[in-house]
Design a binder for this molecule. Structure first.
Ligand code: UTP
Length: 297
C-alpha cells in the first residue's frame, strides 16, 4: 500500500509579470474567476483529493492571500445579523482550520523548484502534492483526485500531462515516454521548454504533481536549469537518473492557463457559462456579440 498523500504545496511566490500592472499590488492567485480567487479553486481541488495540510510558498506583497484564509469576524457578524445565511455558507469554504495551513517565504524568486524546496521541512519524508493555482482545471472529478487514485497503483512520482501543439512545446516541461499505457505513461526523460524540433514528444507537464520525498533531496543540489532558474522538472528528471519511477497522467478535464491573459479570459467565459445563475444572460450577450461580428463582416 502506497502512503497517503495528505500534504500539498502551493507555490505562489512568482512575480506574475504577465499581469502587470494588476500584480503590482494584487497577487495573481487572488485574481478572480467569476467570484472566486484562483487560489480558492486550487484549495477546493486539494480538499477533494483528500489533502489535509496546505503549505503556501509566498513572497513579499502576498499578504492578501493570508488574509483570504483568515476568519473575518466583523463581516461574518454583519452577515449573521442580516440573516444572510447563503453568504455565510459561501464564506465557510474560505475558512481553514488552525494548523492546517502554513506559509513559508521564498525570499528570492529563483524558480519553481526552489519554491517547492522551501517547503522541505514541512514535507519531511512523505509523498506530497504540488498545485500551481494558475493552472485551473475543470472536470467532473478533480485532476488531483484522479491523480491520487492513479498514484495508489503506481507509487513513484507523477505529473499531470496533456498534449499541446508542437509550436507550444517551448512553454512547457515535455515528457519522453518509454511506455504508453493510455491514461498513464511511463516517463523515460523530461526536458524543460524545448524548441519544437528538439521536443521528444508533445506531451506537456501541467501544474499538478505528486512527488516522492526524494525529489526534495534532488532539489538540495540547487541545479540551475532553463532560464537560469531552479526547475522542478530537472529535480523530477533526476528521479529517472536514479532509477526511480516517474509517470505522466493524462487527466480528464479542461485546463485553462490562467497565468496568461488569453487563458484567463477563456476561463472567465467557460466558468461564467457554467454558472446556472449567470448562464442565460451571459450566453445571450455572447450570442449578440457574435451576431454583431458576423453582421460587420
Ligand atoms: P510562472 O512561470 O507562471 O511565473 O510560475 P510567475 O512569476 O508566477 O508569472 P509571470 O511568468 O512572471 O507572469 C509558475 C508557478 O510557480 C510559482 C508561481 O507563483 C506560479 O504559481 N513560482 C515561480 C514561485 O513560487 N517561485 C518562483 O521563483 C517562480
Amino acid at each position: 500500500m502506497k502512503r497517503k498523500v495528505i500534504k500539498a504545496v502551493f507555490p505562489v511566490a512568482g512575480l506574475g509579470t504577465r499581469f502587470l500592472p494588476a500584480t503590482k499590488s494584487v497577487p495573481k492567485e487572488i485574481m478572480t474567476l467569476v467570484d472566486r480567487p484562483l487560489i480558492q479553486y486550487a484549495i477546493d481541488e486539494a480538499r477533494s483529493a483528500g489533502i489535509e495540510e496546505f503549505i503556501f510558498v509566498t513572497s513579499r506583497g502576498k499578504s492578501a492571500l493570508e488574509d483570504y484564509f483568515d476568519s473575518s469576524p466583523e463581516l461574518e457578524n454583519t452577515l449573521r445579523r442580516k440573516g444572510k445565511d447563503d453568504l455565510l455558507k459561501v464564506l465557510e469554504h474560505t475558512n481553514m482550520e488552525s494548523g492546517a495551513i502554513a506559509y513559508i517565504r521564498q525570499h528570492q524568486a529563483l524558480g519553481l523548484g526552489h519554491a517547492v524546496w522551501c517547503a522541505r521541512r514541512l514535507i519531511g519524508d512523505e509523498p506530497f502534492a504540488v498545485i500551481l493555482p494558475d493552472d485551473v482545471i475543470a472536470g467532473e472529478k478533480s485532476c488531483l483526485q484522479q491523480m491520487v487514485e492513479a498514484y495508489q497503483e503506481t507509487g513513484g512520482s507523477m505529473v499531470a500531462a496533456m498534449e499541446v501543439p508542437y509550436e507550444k512545446t517551448s512553454a512547457y516541461g515535455i515528457l519522453d515516454v518509454s511506455e504508453d499505457m493510455g491514461q498513464k505513461v511511463r516517463v523515460k526523460s523530461m526536458v524543460e521548454k524545448p524548441k519544437a524540433e528538439d521536443a521528444p514528444s508533445n506531451l506537456a507537464v501541467i501544474g499538478r504533481y505528486i512527488l516522492s520525498p526524494d525529489v526534495m533531496e534532488n532539489l538540495n543540489r540547487m541545479k540551475s536549469g532553463a532560464g537560469g532558474e531552479i526547475q522542478l522538472t530537472d529535480a523530477i528528471a533526476d528521479e529517472l537518473e536514479a532509477g526511480r519511477d516517474v509517470f505522466g497522467f493524462r487527466f480528464r478535464g479542461q485546463r485553462f492557463d490562467c497565468g496568461s491573459k488569453a487563458g484567463f479570459l477563456q476561463a472567465t467565459v467557460a466558468f461564467g457559462l457554467a454558472r446556472p445563475e449567470l448562464h442565460d444572460e451571459f450566453q445571450q450577450y455572447l450570442d449578440e456579440l457574435m451576431a454583431l461580428k458576423s453582421a460587420a463582416q
